[in-house]
Design a protein around this ligand. Structure first.
Ligand code: ATP
Ligand code: ZN
Ligand code: ZN
Length: 815
């Protein structure tokens, strides 16, 4: 009788990356003996999954011991495939954050894990075709390498080839294999060092034939390579090449080695070192309060509410310095747009090489390198956009979020997380304070300060003792009666002319939110729409086409109305391009820089345009929202807003708040140094409270008025919200699902919870899918988590038929 031997096995819990089979449940894999000591939570692995040879990527989230005789131990566990990391890429804190986020955003854990990793570490599953028997077609056979493998994912195959390969697979001549590939690429440079001492070099010289000139040259060069140097520097002598040194290595004369280097995105930037400024009294008390909390390891949240130009950045910088003085690290989030270049320069100018920067303008390689500098404790300060909330900093002493009201801090796709929530979670974990800064805080944050959940710190004055710039409202309805269709009122043009004469600069903003340049027929009102989505096509002058901003559909600009055949079909509304053209003809001498998605698409353009404006190479900066915040240029004395109210009509309860914030922010660009500023706002709704209160830049009044409106409408911050959407190619399927869900919610949720809908979404069709939504408004709803978890689980099971259900907690966008 054979007795089973009792052995301890190690088992890894792995979250697998299978898009069609997402689940938050980890799968167990047997750790092979050879890897017993190596596998740790936070490492990426490749594991076999499902039927066949499929290999998928995954993340180890736990390791445990198992007794092979234990009845819960299943001898059928598959062993792990490859281990992709030698050290964990996610530490314990980030792993538990990924768990928390998955729960709170109703996302799958693999997506929260992926979100935390730099793109370079996101594994990709490659499909290989492997030939098991000779392939008769020589042309197809030539696609396979010596090992009879073809990288199907990377190969660019014609449809005929793909077809022929599929047939080979059916005939079982080839089979498919999946392998997980790692995209992380460490950049290295070659260093060279002499392997011979000077005396040995002398000896070697004597042994070389006198006509072996290259070898003699190498030996001479090796004389001063007793210490290793980068090969690149050594090769400046044009008569020697890399090959000469490779040959020398083979002879045992030299040693070549690869050393890791970082790609430094700011290598070519000369950033002047700055010293801390003498603080104004309000700044002083803010810094003191924050420093106290840092020193006391008190994870409290501050709301730093300072008018535009009140010196919030200096408060951040000196607070960060206080954290560094305690040998702690600091994390600072800024909106994507504000990152390039002024804010980065300010932080780098103060803290130099200790700063790592993370934003979407960097290449994947640059981001990976900055990320590794953080992970290796070589950077103590991180400045970055939304995803920098996951920077692998340890020992955090302070967290800052600039422009905390910015909607870009909320991710619109899965996982639908808000960076603010992530920061608050990390602050608790690290016992570190958080500073939320803004001139126009979100209503949610300001209300929390009102209830003393957050501690409010106020900077009510501008630094230079300058008043906030006076704001004039221009009623465009009057204007419309006089000059038809110009984007510029007479007062605005006059004010621009004055600035030109005085050699001062102006900033003009065209509010693109809820606004687009579309084509409309003046006879029948026909508007050209996307055939796939329920939305107007947008005119693009650069490509001379009409484009859909949702699905990318593109078609020529119509000359004749497709509906009534009238020729009076023309542009309606204005894009920045059209406005720039008009401005050019009105003020031919003005030098204009246009800044919008089209002119800033290329890498580095954003920065380049702002720099040249900063160097006064242009008189007018004309742009979309992207110019509204962060800019601090002393020569700007005029700010003009061409269309203040385009967003007011949007079906979103935050449209007044957004309008007020935008107008206040952009107004704040004027008169920040010693020259007084002026702001002109053109609007068709001069009496709207958001516009009237932006005129006085009275945030506190706006807060009270808006709170009253939110209270009456049962909106946040009085209620929490959740948005549930279902989409399907068949409108009936999506609608039916939502009515079922609505019934289910009515039966399970508390009677105080308001259930709105189901209704079609304001943009009901996108990429040929129909969207239906339910909005939940609730105050206290203990059952919510389990009910929504259940909905998502059910949806996951139904997903194979094409129906998709998504849950968005505290959505920032209702359209
Ligand atoms: N204590 C100080 N002494 C002198 N100058 C200062 C001081 N603090 C800040 N400044 C300067 O005041 C200007 C405005 O400051 P900063 O840009 O930080 O304001 P802000 O509050 O962030 O404004 P915004 O919200 O408009 O971006 C900057 O040029 C800054 O260098
Ligand atoms: Zn479309
Ligand atoms: Zn028409």
């Amino acid at each position: 009788m054979i007795r089973k031997e009792r052995v301890m096995a190690k088992i890894a819990q792995v979250i697998v990356d299978v898009p069609t089979m997402q689940t938050n449940r980890p799968y167990s894999y047997l750790i092979p003996d050879s890897l017993t000591d190596a596998v740790q939570p936070g490492m990426r692995v490749a594991v076999p999954f499902g039927q066949g040879h499929r290999e998928v990527g995954g993340m180890v989230v736990g390791v445990s011991d198992a007794d092979t005789l234990d009845e819960t131990f299943s001898g059928k566990l598959k062993p792990l495939g490859a281990l992709l990391d030698l050290a964990p890429v996610l530490n314990e804190e980030l792993l538990s954050l990924s768990d928390w986020m998955a729960q709170h955003t109703f996302a799958f854990r693999i997506s929260t894990i992926q979100t935390m990793l730099p793109a370079a570490l996101k594994t990709k599953s490659h499909k290989f075709l492997v030939a098991d028997a000779p392939i008769d077609d020589p042309q197809l056979a030539s696609l396979f390498d010596d090992q009879q493998r073809l990288d199907f994912t990377a190969a660019s195959l014609t449809d005929e080839q793909t077809d022929a390969l599929a047939k080979l697979q059916q005939r079982q001549i080839i089979h498919a294999e999946y392998q997980v590939a790692d995209r992380a690429h460490v950049k290295t440079v070659t260093w060279v060092k002499s392997a011979l001492s000077p005396t040995e070099i002398e000896t070697a010289r004597k042994d070389v034939r006198p006509n072996a000139i290259k070898q003699l040259r190498v030996l001479t060069r090796l004389m001063d390579l007793q210490e290793a140097r980068p090969l690149q520097d050594v090769l400046t002598d044009e008569r020697l090449t890399r090959a000469d040194f490779t040959a020398a290595t083979k002879k045992g004369w030299a040693e070549l080695s690869e050393r890791e280097v970082y790609r430094d995105p700011y290598a070519n930037h000369r950033i002047a070192k700055t010293a801390p400024l003498d603080l104004q009294p309000d700044q002083r008390s803010a810094v003191n309060a924050i420093t106290e909390a840092i020193d006391a390891h008190d994870p409290k949240t501050f709301l730093l509410q300072g008018v535009t130009g009140s010196g919030k950045t200096e408060v951040y910088l000196q607070s960060i310095a206080a954290a560094l003085a305690q040998h702690k690290t600091a994390l600072m989030l800024v909106p994507e747009i504000a990152l390039t270049p002024q804010m980065v320069n300010r932080v780098k100018g103060r803290f130099g090489h200790q700063v790592a920067v993370l934003h979407s303008g960097l290449s994947a390689g640059e981001k990976y390198d900055e990320w590794r500098r953080i992970e290796r404790h070589e950077a103590a300060v991180v400045v970055g956009a939304r995803s920098a909330a996951f920077a692998p900093l340890t020992n955090i002493g302070l967290i800052v979020m600039d422009e905390e009201h910015e909607t870009s801090y909320k991710q619109e796709d899965n996982p639908r997380y808000h960076a603010r929530d992530v920061l608050l979670w990390r602050a608790q974990r690290h016992h570190a304070p958080v500073v939320l800064g803004s001139a126009t805080p979100s209503l949610e944050s300001r209300a929390r300060a009102e209830r003393h959940v957050y501690t409010r710190l106020a900077l009510p004055h501008r630094i230079n003792q300058q008043p906030l710039p006076p704001v004039k409202i221009i009623d465009m309805r009057e204007q419309l009666k006089a000059h038809t269709e110009s984007n510029f009122s007479t007062p605005l043009i006059e004010a621009l002319k004055v600035r030109l004469e005085r050699h001062e600069q102006s900033v003009l903003m065209l509010n693109r939110r809820g606004f687009s340049s579309f084509v409309m027929c003046r006879d029948c009102g026909f508007v050209l729409k996307c055939p796939n989505c329920d939305i107007s096509l947008v005119l693009h002058m650069d490509s001379h086409t009409m484009k859909c901003h949702y699905c990318g559909h593109e078609e020529p600009i119509p000359r004749i109305c497709p509906n009534c055949h009238s020729k009076r079909i023309s542009y309606y509304g204005s894009g920045t391009e059209k406005v720039a053209a008009e401005l050019n003809s009105l003020l031919p001498d003005a030098r204009i820089i246009r800044m919008d998605v089209d002119t800033t698409r290329r890498k580095g353009m954003h920065e380049k345009l702002l720099n040249s404006f900063g160097q006064h190479k242009a008189d007018i900066l004309l742009g979309t929202q992207m110019i509204a915040k962060g800019l601090d240029y002393p020569d700007v004395t005029l700010v003009g807003v061409l269309n203040a109210d385009t967003a007011l009509g949007l079906p979103d309860f935050r449209s007044s708040e957004r309008t007020f914030q935008l107008l206040t922010q952009v107004s704040g660009r004027a008169g920040r140094a010693d020259k007084p500023g002026e702001v002109l706002i053109q609007t068709f709704n001069p009496d709207h409270y958001a516009i009237q209160l932006a005129k006085t830049q009275d945030y506190e009044r706006f807060f009270r008025v808006e709170m009253g409106i939110r209270h009456m409408g049962n909106y946040p911050p009085y209620f929490f919200t959740a948005l549930i959407t279902a989409s399907d190619k068949d409108e009936g399927v999506a609608a039916k699902k939502m009515f079922e869900l609505s019934d289910q919610l009515k039966q399970t949720l508390s009677p105080d919870t308001i259930i709105l809908g189901p209704t079609p979404r304001p943009i009901a069709r996108i990429k040929n899918r129909y969207y239906y939504q339910i909005v939940l408004k609730y105050k206290r709803e203990p059952k919510l988590q389990s009910v929504l978890d259940g909905i998502l689980d059910d949806a996951q099971r139904e997903q194979r038929n094409g129906l998709q259900v998504a849950i968005d907690m505290e959505p920032q966008n209702f359209i």
